[in-house]
Design a protein. Structure first.
Lengths: 255, 79
């Protein structure tokens, strides 16, 4: 695969992973600015190592032990559980039922929480380490799902997905380090809507392939599946705007 | 690796997959129906199970969103 083709193949994973890296960067920035940079950087490195161990052990075991069809079905099922959860949340956000994700607000809340826990002047900052560790582990796990989704098609697709995810990580970290403030310019809510639909579309495609079904046009049918998910989501948003008129913003965790 | 760390990792992965219990149960049921259909159908018809899964999931998402909307409306009414 030449460099241009690799860049095109890596683009979906780049965009999807960038959203996750933006969220992790916001938390790490908040910790670093409030409590110093040593502990969050150690937390980030520790979480990255944990993720690498999980992916290396579980991933390699699954790929080498599980037969190809069963693996596709397994990956498809995981993608559906993950992607539809994301899509549902995006629908509720665009309907005004759940507040839109706001990096500035997340950042300010995190800074306030961390300041309330008190400053650490001496010794290792355990709180800063744990907050950064958990944030990177959570968002990193989501990136792992994204890489699996786009890489399940074979070695070339997996390589492209890994390259896309790493490039997104480097890009977002560099941007965060340069700006030293939350990356509010990234249209996260729109991106999450799209990524939720894309992961769900890949989930349907892989699960059916895993059961031995063949799609018309092979991977091109993913576009049709994606269009159907996006159409259904748009209809759901319109329906919800009718049920809860005026986009009344309800901060209720049970919806 | 301590048990606390492992519990944290498990909670993280579980939270990623199951935020809304009814949606997760619905997805698992849809996968089971699709698997059953694929097991029962012969070759040319088996290719349609993907579309069956898609149809079930679309209905599931719309119904789940509708239920969330009604739940939100009740929350607004309660103030």
């Amino acid at each position: 695969m030449n460099l241009g083709a690799l860049a095109v193949a890596a683009l979906p994973a780049f965009i999807a992973s960038a959203v996750e890296f933006v969220e992790a960067t916001t938390i790490i920035l908040a910790v670093g600015v409030t409590r110093g940079w040593r502990a969050p950087l150690y937390g980030t490195v520790a979480a990255t190592i944990t993720l690498a161990i999980i992916i290396a052990t579980l991933g390699v075991t699954i790929v080498t032990v599980v037969p190809e069809h069963a693996l596709k079905a397994f990956v498809g099922a995981l993608l559906l559980l993950f992607g539809l959860r994301w899509l549902r949340k995006a629908i509720l956000r665009f309907a005004g039922i759940v507040a839109l994700h706001d990096e500035e607000r997340v950042y300010l809340k995190e800074v306030a929480d961390l300041r309330a826990r008190g400053e650490t002047r001496t010794g290792f900052d355990r709180i800063g380490f744990i907050v950064a560790y958990k944030a990177v582990l959570l968002e990193g796990t989501e990136v792992a799902f994204i890489v699996i989704a786009f890489g399940a098609g074979g070695a070339a697709a997996l390589n492209a997905a890994v390259v896309g995810a790493i490039a997104a990580g480097l890009f977002v970290i560099a941007l965060g380090a340069a700006l030293r403030q939350p990356l509010t310019m990234v249209p996260e809510n729109w991106m999450k809507f799209g990524v939720g639909a894309i992961l769900s579309a890949f989930g349907v495609f892989w699960f059916a392939e895993g059961l031995g079904a063949e799609w018309p046009g092979d991977a091109l049918s993913i576009l049709a599946i994606l269009a159907i998910f996006l159409g259904a989501s748009w209809l759901s948003v319109k329906m919800l705007q009718g049920i809860v008129p005026g986009g009344a913003e309800v901060v209720a965790k049970n919806v | 690796m301590s048990s606390g760390t492992l519990t944290g990792i498990w909670d993280t992965v579980w939270g990623l997959l199951v935020e809304d219990g009814s949606l997760a149960v619905g997805i698992v049921a849809a996968l089971a129906v699709t698997w059953l259909a694929a097991a029962l159908l012969a070759d040319p018809q088996r290719d349609q199970v993907g579309w069956l899964l898609l149809a079930i999931l679309v209905v599931l998402v719309v119904l789940n969103a509708r239920a969330a909307g009604h739940s939100a409306r009740r929350a607004v009414a309660k103030g």
